[in-house]
Every structure is written in C-alpha cells, then in structure tokens.
Design a protein around this ligand. Structure first.
Ligand code: MG
Length: 203
C-alpha cells in the first residue's frame, strides 16, 4: 500500500509558503509506516521544532489501474476522508534549499493521519466538498475541493502514468491555506462538512 501526496494544490497555500503555482502537480509519497495508529497520540519528533498540520481530503483507491483516462478516473474511488499531512517545516525548508527530496520532512512515523472513511454518495455535493480543521476547538483551516488547482480525477490520471494504483492506496490531495505549527497538548479535529472524522492529540 502506498500513500501518494499532492503538494501546492491550492493557490492560497502555495502563496502563504512563497511557492510558485506549478503547471503540473507536485507529487511525493509517504511510506505505509507513516500512518498514525489512531489509538495513539502524535508524538512530536526530536528532529524538528516546527511540525505543521496540513488538513487534506484523502481518497482511497478501490481497484487496480494504470494509465487511467481522466474521464474514467471516478471509477477508481468511492470513499474519502480527512487526513493530516504532518510536515517538519524546518526540515523541509532545509531540504528544499539544497534541492533535495522532501521524504524526511514528510514521511516520518505518524506523519499521515487518516480519518474514518465515508462513501462519496453520502456527500451532499461532490463538486464542492467542504472540509475543515479545528485546533483546540478553533477552526484553523477551511477548504473547498472546488479550489483545487488539479482535480481528484486529474491527479489520478496523472499519477497513474507513473505508478500502478492498487486497491487501498491513498491519495492526499493537498492542503488549503492556514497551515500552522502544533505544540504539545494541542488537540486537532478534522471534518468533512459537519462530520467529525478524526481527532488527534499532540504529545
Ligand atoms: Mg500537504
């Protein structure tokens, strides 16, 4: 099982980190060991002093596919949830400045938080999926799938030119503006619409 992630998929978030808006999706992966056991809190790692939350819609692939045409991409998923792409921003900045890959900043243990999946057909409007993240009870991120630079179907088509998608693979589709640092004892809660799909304590 693999976790494919899209970077800079919302222009306001690209701007808040002073990144250019790319013409093709920015793709990176997390190993399966990055998935946070939902019974556990997220433990701040020793190698970073600047761990950021990034709330993202997460799609689960439901069948094998490669070279998927964008117009058939919707057949390859039927569930989604909210996830958090925890990022060691200080480590990422160091790697970016050297032109090095991001994996150490993005793929560490516990860096992929995956909420409870819900079927797409439970959404009131699958063209405008609203999602949000609360930190200590206050909303810190608000997203709308309509604002994605690259749509879910485009992302599936694009990545499947390079990687065979397998049942159970996850795609983190990018974060909107409002990313920020977490500290010990923070509590995060993620929503699609008003449905709470994940809770995580920071330790
Ligand atoms: Mg992200």
């Amino acid at each position: 099982m693999k976790i494919i992630c899209v970077g800079r998929n919302y222009s306001e978030h690209a701007r808040e980190l002073n990144n250019p808006v790319n013409e093709t999706p920015v793709i990176f992966m997390k190993p399966d060991s990055s998935i946070l056991d939902r019974r556990l809190p997220f433990f701040l790692p020793d190698f970073s002093n600047d761990i950021h939350y990034e709330a993202e819609l997460v799609i689960k692939i439901n069948r094998l596919g490669k070279h998927i045409d964008e117009k058939f991409a919707h057949k390859y998923y039927d569930e989604l949830t909210l996830g958090i792409d925890f990022t060691a921003r200080d480590k990422q900045s160091e790697l970016k400045s050297k032109g090095l890959p991001w994996e150490l900043a993005k793929g560490f243990d516990g860096s992929a938080v995956v909420g409870d999946f819900i079927p797409f057909n439970e959404l009131s409007n699958s063209e405008e999926i609203l999602f949000s993240l609360k930190k200590n009870g206050e909303t810190v991120q608000n997203g709308n799938s309509r604002d994605m630079i690259f749509s879910i179907d485009y992302i599936i088509s694009y990545v499947s030119m390079y990687f065979t998608l397998k049942k159970g693979d996850l795609i983190f589709t990018g974060t909107p503006a409002g990313v920020g640092k977490v500290a010990k004892d923070d509590a995060l809660e993620g929503f699609i619409g008003d449905k709470s799909l994940l809770k995580v304590k920071i330790k």
